[in-house]
Structures are given as structure tokens and as C-alpha cells.
Design a protein. Structure first.
Length: 249
């Protein structure tokens, strides 16, 4: 009986964590460049341990959370500072303590002329330097398909400003989720510059969260969680009845 109780408890905990993960995805369904978080389960006991120690009852938990890096749909905005990547790759931005990677391209130019993300992180060029766009308020910013930023002045002059850093990561599982759609590079991860990226100006990559699938998983997880909760309640009732029987005579 104790074995069954702990099996139900482990199942309830794992489903509660799953619901929290789904909730985070749904909360970011409209967040530009957001990548959905997924979970996978594992059994705590396998083979002979499950048969002999757990009497065939399975204990499970969330094995890991991982990120779905599949590209999201692109939304055309016509804003010259909205930039999307078609295909693989990440923009590089300067985080508080390290370089970060993101697919979010709704950039702005601050009062000093520095190109930044909407939450204030400086966008980096191919040499890991911050990008400054002089006279951005009076000129027209253009971005080529390969990520070269140019400024067109009112007289028709064209000046090359910078080359956006667009890189790939050899093993996306080495990317560690950080705040606001950014990722840091974990131990063993290696970045590789993309020689011919496909940069789309005037468009944004929206979240890759499939709302219909997430809602279906949410309903299923809630129902499973409720089932485990009912099982635990039943075990509590049986324990109470056993205690009562134990006091007879």
C-alpha cells in the first residue's frame, strides 16, 4: 500500500510541474522570439528493482526540461528595426555578465545611438562589439539579407554601419534558458558564425508555441493530476479505517 501511495505522489508532483511548464508557455504565446519549453519523464525504478522492490508499481519524475528551437512564424511589421532570421541562427546580445543568444529581433536605438533589444541589452556585431548607429533619427536604416546595417542619409548617401553577429550553436542542448527569450552558452557548447545568414528586415519571428497543443496538454495534465489526487485521498481513507480496526478488542 505504501508503494502505491508513493507512486501516486510522484505522479502528482510530476504532473504539477508539467502544468507549471505549460502555463509558462501559454503566458509567452505572444512573446516575440520565444521558444517553447518541453518536459520528458523517466522512471525512478527499472527492471528488477521495479519488479522486486516496487511490486511492479512505477515511480516517475520529470527527467529534464528542454527547449524546442524550431522556428516560429514570421510576422511582417514594416518597422526597419524589426529583424527576423529565416532558418537557423541566433543574434548575439550583451547580457549583464556574459554574451547571450536570442531569436528576438524587435530592436531599438537608444538616445546614444546604440542598437539594443527592447529590454536594454546591446546588440553585438560580428566582432562582439556594440553597434552604434550615428544620426539614426535623421537617416534611414537598411539591413541587407546577410545582416549588414547601412544608413541612408537625406542626400542619398549610403554608409555601412556594422555587420550583425548571426551565429549557430553546434549543440542547441548546451544553450541554457535565461530571462526574456535569451540563452547563455553552457559548458562544451561552441558557437559558429553563419557566413551567409538570411536576415529579413521589417519582420519579426513570433513565438513557436502551439496554443492548441498546449491547451490539450494542459487539460490532460489537470485530469491526470486530479486522478492522482483522488488516489491519494483514497489511500488516506483506507489508512484511517485501518487505524480504527486496529483499536477493536
Amino acid at each position: 500500500m505504501v508503494s502505491g501511495k508513493y507512486s501516486a505522489l510522484s505522479g502528482a508532483i510530476s504532473r504539477e510541474q508539467t502544468i507549471a511548464n505549460i502555463s509558462a508557455n501559454l503566458a509567452n504565446v505572444s512573446t516575440t522570439g520565444y521558444k517553447s519549453s518541453m518536459v520528458s519523464f523517466e522512471s525512478l525504478l527499472r527492471g528488477e528493482k521495479q519488479i522486486n522492490q516496487a511490486k511492479g508499481i512505477n515511480y516517475d519524475r520529470i527527467r529534464q526540461t528542454y527547449t524546442d528551437f524550431s522556428p516560429g512564424p514570421q510576422h511582417q511589421t514594416e518597422n526597419p528595426l524589426d529583424i527576423a532570421l529565416s532558418g537557423e541562427g541566433f543574434f548575439k546580445v550583451q547580457g549583464p555578465t556574459e554574451v547571450l543568444y536570442t531569436r528576438r529581433g524587435d530592436f531599438i536605438v537608444d538616445s546614444a545611438g546604440t542598437l539594443r533589444t527592447t529590454n536594454g541589452l546591446a546588440v553585438l556585431d560580428a566582432g562582439n562589439g556594440q553597434i552604434t548607429i550615428p544620426d539614426a533619427a535623421t537617416g534611414q536604416i537598411a539591413v541587407t539579407e546577410t545582416g549588414t546595417l547601412t544608413l541612408l542619409d537625406s542626400n542619398g548617401g549610403r554608409a555601412e554601419v556594422a555587420q550583425l553577429a548571426v551565429v549557430n550553436v553546434d549543440d542547441p542542448s548546451k544553450l541554457v534558458r535565461q530571462a526574456d527569450t535569451t540563452f547563455s552558452l553552457g559548458n562544451g557548447g561552441v558557437e559558429t558564425p553563419i557566413e551567409n545568414p538570411t536576415v529579413v528586415q521589417g519582420s519579426l519571428e513570433v513565438s513557436n508555441v502551439n496554443m492548441t497543443e498546449e491547451m490539450a496538454m494542459m487539460i490532460d495534465s489537470y485530469r491526470t493530476f486530479e486522478t492522482y489526487h483522488k488516489i491519494l485521498k483514497s489511500y488516506s481513507t483506507i489508512d484511517e479505517q485501518q487505524d480504527e480496526l486496529g483499536t477493536l478488542g
